[in-house]
Write a protein that binds this ligand. Sequence first.
Ligand code: SF4
Length: 451
Amino acid sequence: MNVSFYTLGCKLNYAETSQLQSIFERDGHTVVAFGQPTDAVIINTCTVTENADKECRQIIRRALRVSPAAFVGVTGCYAQLQPEEIASIEGVDAVFGAKEKFKITDLVRDFRKSDTPHCFVDDVDGALDFVEAQSSETDSRTRAFLKLQDGCDYKCSFCTIPLARGKNRAMDFKLIPEKIRALEVIGYHEVVLSGINLGDYEAATGETFTDVVRQIEEMQPRLRVRISSIEPNLLTREIIEIIAQSSVFCPSFHIPLQSGSPDVLRQMRRRYKAEYYRDLIYTIKGLMPSAGIGADVIVGFPTESDAHFEETFAFLHELPVSYLHVFSYSERENTPAAELSAQTGGVPMQKRAERSKRLRTLSAKKKFEFYKSQCNTEHTVIPEQRSAETGFWTGWTENYVRAEFAGAPSLVQAPMRVRLRETDGETVLSDMLEGALLFDASEVSYIPIMS
Ligand code: SF4
């Protein structure tokens, strides 16, 4: 059977779709690109997506336009939380919850269209197994995402992820070095350690995320390692110090703030105070002045007054973060924040949009300033994509600056040294340095050449 996949949402979802593809291939099916004629389509959904329902319908319509007889299965966080809603979408044949996601080929044998969709959705209370997953972000396989942790035991008042993903669970601590070595052998040059609440990693044998970082630093892999989003209260001084001295870990951080107002943070049930977050950023910058730091912020939380928003704006304005990921709050069923919104009426949509716009503008300024501060310095970039139009390659530096530089189509996509020159705020125009390639090409087992 031919099967295609479509993924919505976070990097972890992409990693899990790759895992699903491997399971289907192992069971004798052929994976085809989404949009190609196929016998089955599996859609991996997200609950954070604003219009999950609308998006899901559109994707199903797109798939059935090409393959009207294709079996349509829907899984992921949205499937776990709203199975009936999904089952009612025309064209859906089955819905799979979090526990059933990796058992699709066991649960369905004939993959035929059916008049009555099947719901394979159990609740996620209690202990769940950890299912491994990894993926590449680009077809050129320069960067892999390695899932180390799943689920979340926190109770942030706006978030449905714990309801969709279940309790905190983690990869076996002893397996981590061999997973990283395996990615090295395939030829990846960067691995991003990923999880839903990565910093809350806790192995069955008791090791924490600090132990994970220490273990990876000790093994000195040849690929560089990046930490994906980590909760501020879980980013320990020891982790920061290891990264500051490391030639393996990238000095780049993604640390959700959500609000700079102490009142709003409390109502969001976040586990740190604004001053703590500020100190954390200054600690990182003190040890790694050129570190790239991104922060998530939510605007329009139900109790966020104009004064609270101004507090957040001023807080971020002063803080040396490099860019912001701005989200407009949207009500999620079965969350304390949605109840607050029902009581107070919530923040009007137009106000949410205005606040979001102001923070996005602030983010653009911060990114420009950060990129400018990095001009005339040398960095290591892994070329990821080449524009046929401009002839320029783009890739990320270790401190998360998007660099672009001229290079032949046949360039080896391996780490190379560049000098950053000038920026428009989106990328930094750079020059490849002499002897830029840091790898002996004969040592690279997988050298993708773009044609
Ligand atoms: S830490 Fe908070 S925001 Fe993040 S997944 Fe857990 S509950 Fe959601």
